[in-house]
Ligand binder design. Sequence first.
Ligand SMILES: C[S@@+](CC[C@H](N)C(=O)[O-])C[C@H]1O[C@@H](n2cnc3c(N)ncnc32)[C@H](O)[C@@H]1O
Length: 737
Amino acid sequence: MSLPKDTPIDTYLKAAIDLQNQERWQESIDIIEQCMRTHGGHPLAFYVAGRAYEKQNNLQAAAQLFEATLKHDRGFVCLLDLGKVYLRMCDPARATPLLVEALSKKPQSAEALNVLGQAYLDSDDNVQAEKALLAATKIAETAENQFNLGLVYLRTARPESALKAFTRSVELNEADAEAWEYLGQTYCLLSQYVHGILILHKLAKETPSSQRYRHLLTCAFKEFKPETFEPVFREAMLYCLEMESLSYDNLNLAFINLMARDPAQNLLRAALDAPSYDAFAATAVNIQTDSLNDDLLCKGLSAFIARDIRFEAALTHLRRLNLEMHTANQRPALLPFMASMAAQCFLNEYVFDETPTETALISALQTTLSKTNTWSDDAALAMLLLAAYRPLAPLIDSLPLLTPASIANAPKALESVLFEQVTDWLAEREISKTIPSLQASGNEVSDKVRAMYEENPYPRWKNVYRDHSGPNNAVNIDALRHNANGQTLELLNAGCGTGRHVMISSASFPDTNITAVDLSLASLAFAKKRCTEAGLGNVTFYQGDILELGTSLNKQFDIIESAGVLHHMQDPMRGWQVLTDLLKPGGVMRIGLYSEIARKNVVASRQFIADNGFEATLQGIHACRAAIKNLSDFHPAKSITGSPDFYSTSLCRDLIFHVQEHRFTIPQLKDCLAQLGLEFMSFSIARSKIITEYIKAYPDDKKMTSLDNWHEFELQNPHAFANMYQFWCRKPHRTIH
Ligand SMILES: C[S@@+](CC[C@H](N)C(=O)[O-])C[C@H]1O[C@@H](n2cnc3c(N)ncnc32)[C@H](O)[C@@H]1O
């Protein structure tokens, strides 16, 4: 649209505003530009153009134009709009004084109070935020100000008040998915799981494209122990298990407790309640076995390790019962259950106890299968039983049914077991040949550690949620990009193991080159396979020792991650120094180190192992676990059974049989950081209850960065860092004196 040259300014402005009322933003900008060419700059023209740029998300231009207006006229509307733009630009420090000024002109503006509340929230000033938002709700209650109030209450560890505010927010605007999300999570935080899970499940179903909602649903289950059987939980759990790319492990506790309370699961419950296998076998004769083919039970067992002593014993009984029934020619159609049992045992690396009777029966079964050339129902069940006791890969050459041609003709029930245990394993072996090696260090401890992780890659994992913010939200990726002068960011994962964190980082730091290094080729092959399957083309894997990276990797990194690694080196500070030297000034580092306080039970277990001479072999680990399970509850090593890592062979070896382990305290971390010249940024803490408790204890430490406070907190809450100290730190730019 073009207006004649002599058009008066008011006509231009009216035309531009009319266009904006029709959401024709670019045309309105064109008109204002014509107006300015004819009449020069005018405060109102600046303002009208600023609004259009804001709508087009050109915030920088909008801010400049609003600032230009304010030079001539500091009116309420423009002050408010500029404040909002600065908030959107994540600059609450600039927004706040403008909003305060706007309010001085219109103290009763609920909108200005609400936006000011947001600005205070973004500046971590919760007290002022609450004041402004409460004042806003008194004048005109809106879904938005109630939502913001909910955030303030959550941040100040008042979940009950947050629940009320979020409830009110969704009452006022039912369509606000974010408010529902917070409401669901707050219910779970308050242990009101029925409501929380119902809401999060509904959200996930309504937005099937959102992986995040499904992830939140699995997280809701993480600390939940159902006391009763509720179909709602079963349905939500099944929904999660039907989706990919979720961290299924989160479902463990809820799954175990729900299955144990499921009225349909009489055989499983008999196994759970029986004092011994013989007692169980005697009862089992009278119980139908079909319930074991239950969808949720089978999907759960195939997806994650069941981490619980009683449940493990029950599964061990059920495995044996099936083996004995098969041997006695009693063969109910339990293929789905046995396939999931095989998947479970493969996942936990055959950590279940095995009696000599079972050893003999399995050995006989293996002999029979070595003479079997064609699939039948009997052969299928026999293969699944064998796979539930032994990994199939080492048997490829001795079992005719494991040739590629036979696998291709195998019954459907065996498909996933044969794929995981044979096809996948062969693929991994091929992949390992493609991973280049860097120079070895010759360090004796590194050699022992490598040997250990070659035998037991850590951790064997199945699925992971590739978080886009999660534990990395402490890091400002834009600042890193700025620091890298627009070059592609370089990330090093030192000691990447089986690649779980590499997968997560690739989502949190998109468009980044990732270099992943580990001592163990077996772990790297697993990692590379998973990353390739996920379509990650930006990861380069190397076999190598951290000690040598300074000379063998010819570059510096913007981000370095090394979780659970340095404490397994002979001299962790030497390794940490190498990593620090590889980090660019301004770069960030995520480190994970064991806590001395949290690992008291590990120390007791290591002592128990040393006293009893258990070896770090499959047999030694079986014997040790059996002995620990039989200890009195008062023995200091017994509580190790509460650790999730007790429930698989490689995890258990890593947990209590490690060839090298150092532990740290927070004051020590503080010293190490000072020695290396690194600045502490924040802990990555996944458990919201820990965060709530910390906020309650230290309301003044708004950024939660006081290491002295955290040390005091850990002394009061010794399990706070059971999962290591995981934290971000930064390498400052060198200061010139
Ligand atoms: C407990 S695992 C942790 C793996 C991975 N960071 C994770 O959290 O999933 C420790 C890993 O560190 C690796 N590692 C230990 N010392 C190392 C060294 N000196 N250089 C490179 N990798 C090392 C081991 O091979 C092992 O895979």
